[in-house]
Write a protein that binds this ligand. Structure first.
Ligand SMILES: [Zn+2]
Length: 104
């Protein structure tokens, strides 16, 4: 793989930083120390849905296809992206697992 040009490397940094900014803001809402007002609750509800859509979109892109390979990154399935999502979603201390246990 050829090295990135300085301009492309800077563009990638801007893109990464911009995405992290959005995730940071979502995290700040969750960790807000003050009492949540109704607007916070409404925004959190919409944000949960948006975060689930984000995870579903990534999982959809990294589905297995013929020969048990990821259709996006062509690595053996489950590819590292699916494994990373699995690691977070299925971690016992995460709310994803607790939520399913509560519903059972
Ligand atoms: Zn993949």
């Amino acid at each position: 793989m050829p090295p990135l040009t300085p301009a492309k490397a800077e563009a990638f940094r801007f893109l990464r930083d911009d995405l992290f900014l959005h995730l940071d803001e979502a995290e700040f809402l969750a960790q807000k120390c003050e009492q949540w007002v109704e607007e916070d609750v409404d925004q959190a509800r919409r944000l949960i849905a948006d975060l689930v859509v984000t995870i579903r979109t990534v999982l959809f892109e990294h589905q297995a296809v013929e020969f048990d390979r990821c259709r996006f990154c062509f690595r053996p399935w489950p590819c590292p992206t699916v494994q990373a999502i699995h690691q977070v979603v299925k971690a016992p201390n995460r709310e994803f697992v607790k939520l399913v246990e509560r519903e059972a």
